[in-house]
Design a protein around this ligand. Structure first.
Ligand code: PFF
Length: 467
């Protein structure tokens, strides 16, 4: 059956816009904040190698699976999977995977908006010269002051959520496509400016060696982290890429397009690392600072090198734009679904869902200050407790949502999407959607989707849970 369906939500003007959109979704806090600090924590080159392998063998194949399900189904992920399952004579319950992904994306958005909000505060801080000549203590206190103040966190969280909703409410073409056409080139220019600057610090070589020096003894510790990060950074396992696939023109080749997105995402992560580590070294700091790297170490670095304030401003604008183009992709699957289901206007549906995410996000806001003692998933002396105030162990609200999504929901979603594309859809459907140039390429893609990616996810998932 030829695939002539179109989505009721609109369509990208060309496959380039799909690349822009999917890259916009993939490139975000994961690349600029998480990747450099994880590389720092897991010892540099060994982590980078593992990450690249996971991207190639698991991340990109799942992205391929999502894109082709989306384009074939031409609806929100839930309805796309439902109708394709019925068409293939399989259980309509496959759509539960997309439903779970949709919820996961909304949960991610709830905390992503809070962290992205921090970058808004830092834009202001860099712009006003507050970090000029700042000491380590001063930078730590500034970050602690921000996270300790629920009102300020709420303000930025609200603003960021509003910006996200604004783009989504305007629709696929007038909102998403139009903003992405501005955001993405801006993002690449900012990144190149930063890279150019780090080349002049005199520490480029040291940063480069840190990122690419391979120490085999460090490989083991980072494997699980690398796999989890591959999911997060490519935005796979939640349906974001699937919904963007639904807006993709029908004649565009999926294989090459998805490869381009995977490559661009990797390139941005590596470039961000190459741009940031020399700046960290130039300020005489250590790269293994953990999650604080971006909000504590970098302000010190920017505050104490030549032209650091301007570069710091450029950097935090980059972070905010990258986070914005990602956050919209977390909201779109649910908005598309409820528009299809309720027949209400996109603006109404967006407002309700954004408000919902905002409320859940308040849990994250409070988990850094007045609610820091609220602990979930506590394994204590009296056994397991879902919630306990002031418990020793356990996770804060923010940590719980992060853990639940990245470690559990994304891998499960990714697994289900790969199995669905590989084993439920017919070979003809796959052949038509992939439109591979040679049988060899087609078989390779099929093998990656059917076997390699699912096994990869399962191995890591089981190892992770049994830790
Ligand atoms: N890929 C984004 C990043 O690296 O920051 C995060 C993300 C976006 C996760 C969209 C999930 C998602 F649906």
């Amino acid at each position: 059956m030829a695939n002539d369906k179109v989505s009721i939500h609109g369509a990208w003007a060309s496959r380039w816009v799909f690349i822009l959109a999917a890259t916009g979704s993939a490139v975000g806090l994961g690349n600029i904040w998480k990747f450099p600090y994880m590389t720092g924590v897991y010892g540099g080159g060994a982590f980078v190698v593992m990450y690249l392998i996971c991207i190639a063998l698991v991340g990109v194949p799942i992205m391929l699976a999502e894109t082709l399900i989306g384009r074939r189904g031409r609806q929100s992920p839930v309805n796309a999977m439902k109708s394709l399952a019925i068409e293939a004579g399989a259980s309509r319950h496959w759509s539960l995977a997309a439903l779970m992904g949709m919820v996961a994306a909304l949960l991610i958005l709830s905390f992503y908006s809070v962290v992205a909000g921090w970058s808004l505060e830092y834009i202001l801080g860099m712009g006003s010269g507050r970090f000029e000549g700042i000491s380590g203590e001063g930078a730590g206190a500034a970050f602690g002051g921000l996270t300790g103040d629920p009102w300020r966190l709420t303000l930025w969280h609200t603003l960021f959520m509003f910006l996200t909703a604004l783009v989504i409410a305007r629709g696929v073409v007038a909102g998403l496509e139009r903003s992405l056409r501005i955001m993405m080139p801006l993002l690449f220019v900012l990144l190149l400016v930063l890279l150019g600057y780090s080349l002049t610090t005199g520490y480029f070589r040291q940063g480069f060696d840190f990122l690419f020096h391979f120490d085999p003894s460090k490989v083991q510790g980072g494997i699980l982290a690398a796999m989890g990060h591959a999911f997060f950074t490519l935005s796979v396992g939640v349906g974001s890429i699937m919904v963007y696939g639904a807006y993709m023109p029908k004649n565009a080749s999926i294989g090459g397009t998805v490869m381009a997105v995977g490559l661009l995402d990797t390139l941005v992560a590596l470039t961000a690392g190459l741009a940031l580590f020399p700046i960290v070294f130039a300020a005489g700091l250590e790269p293994g600072a953990g999650p604080g790297l971006m909000f504590v170490t970098l302000p010190i670095a920017f505050g104490n090198i030549a032209f650091g304030q301007v570069m710091g401003l450029v950097f935090f604008i980059l972070v905010a734009v990258a986070a914005w183009s990602s956050s919209i992709s977390m909201l779109e699957p649910a908005v598309a679904y409820f528009v299809e289901r309720s027949g209400r206007s996109r603006a109404q549906v967006t407002a309700v869902l954004a408000l919902l995410c905002w409320v859940v996000g308040m849990g994250t806001v409070l988990s850094f200050n007045v609610g820091a003692e609220a602990k979930f998933f506590v394994f204590g002396e009296e056994g397991f407790r879902l919630f306990q105030w002031g418990a020793e162990g356990g996770k804060t609200f923010f940590d719980s949502i992060d853990y639940l999504t990245s470690r559990i929901l994304l891998p499960l979603g990714g697994l289900a999407f790969a199995l669905f594309a590989g084993w439920v859809l017919s070979r003809e459907a796959l052949r038509e959607e992939l439109a591979a140039k040679s049988p060899l390429l087609f078989n390779l893609a099929l093998w990656l989707i059917r076997v390699v990616a699912p096994i990869g996810v399962l191995v890591v998932f089981v190892a992770e849970l049994s830790k």
